[in-house]
Design a protein around this ligand. Structure first.
Ligand SMILES: Cc1cc2nc3c(=O)[nH]c(=O)nc-3n(C[C@H](O)[C@H](O)[C@H](O)COP(=O)(O)OP(=O)(O)OC[C@H]3O[C@@H](n4cnc5c(N)ncnc54)[C@H](O)[C@@H]3O)c2cc1C
Length: 223
């Protein structure tokens, strides 16, 4: 079913990521971690659907999205970055395989944070803490880190930042590769969550599987 939503507000949260807030359509239910196919309701753009994760709480009055714009793509996210309050979008029903299955290690790259932002917010709202959850959040540069203050304030969350293209005191310099995983003091018999650019997902899932992480303990989007 297609839902028509009006943009209430758009707020810049990094140099290329915006938080968009919409009124919630009646009957629109979702689980934290799910995405929806989203199109801008403008001539020439209605058939250009792209998946985005809903990052608000499942019982909140509004629907929120956290969207990174890629001006170099000349695509939907570039247009989204220029949207203004009052514009409408078209949303399909939610879908997706990423869901909270309990404490574990989350490995996220860039905008791949969004399903886990939804999951961690909902778990924190429910339990008051995130004991047993660890987030490894990889970005190119420090300015790319989404909602760092909110993540650092999440009670009980063990948080590791990585920067691949910039050296910053106190932050691991490099990618989530074999060396990083070896020194990260991980329990490979536990649960892992993964979301990031496709090449990162491919490399990290290969490394985790080589360390004995079985498919049922590796939660990621099915392609
Ligand atoms: C389940 C799921 C959930 C997601 N949730 C979120 C989310 O919550 N937040 C978020 O920010 N993202 C999310 N994404 C990613 C998001 O869907 C993509 O960033 C988005 O589809 C990109 O759309 P686009 O139209 O801007 O660019 P694209 O559809 O990638 O490209 C548009 C055009 O640009 C060209 N192009 C593509 N790549 C390049 C390139 N590297 N250089 C130059 N030109 C290029 C192509 O020719 C294409 O015609 C999610 C993805 C999935 C699968």
């Amino acid at each position: 079913m297609t839902h028509h939503l009006t943009l209430k507000s758009i707020r810049s949260i990094t140099h290329d990521v915006n938080e968009l807030t919409f009124d919630r359509p009646e009957g629109f239910e979702f689980k934290p971690g799910q995405a929806t196919d989203f199109a801008i309701d403008r001539d020439g753009w209605r058939d250009e659907k792209r998946p985005f994760t809903i990052t608000s709480l499942p019982n909140a009055e509004h629907l929120q999205f956290t969207i990174k714009s890629y001006p170099s793509h000349d695509g939907v996210t570039e247009q989204i970055g220029q949207m203004e309050g009052g514009e409408t979008v078209l949303l399909e029903d939610p879908w997706g395989a990423i869901a909270d299955r309990g404490p574990g290690t989350i490995i996220a790259g860039g905008a791949g944070l969004t399903p886990f932002l939804a999951i961690l917010r909902a778990r924190q709202a429910e339990d008051g803490n995130l004991d047993g959850y660890r987030l490894m959040f990889s970005n190119s540069r420090e300015k790319d880190i989404i909602l760092r203050d909110e993540l650092e304030a999440m009670p009980g969350l063990k948080l590791d930042f990585l920067l691949s293209d910039e050296e910053v005191d106190g932050i691991y310099h490099g990618q989530v590769d074999r060396n990083y995983l070896e020194q990260a003091d991980l329990d490979f018999s536990g649960r892992f969550y993964l979301c990031g650019p496709p090449p990162m997902e491919e490399d990290v899932s290969t490394l985790l599987k080589a360390r004995g992480v079985s498919d049922d303990r590796l939660i990621h989007e099915e392609w």
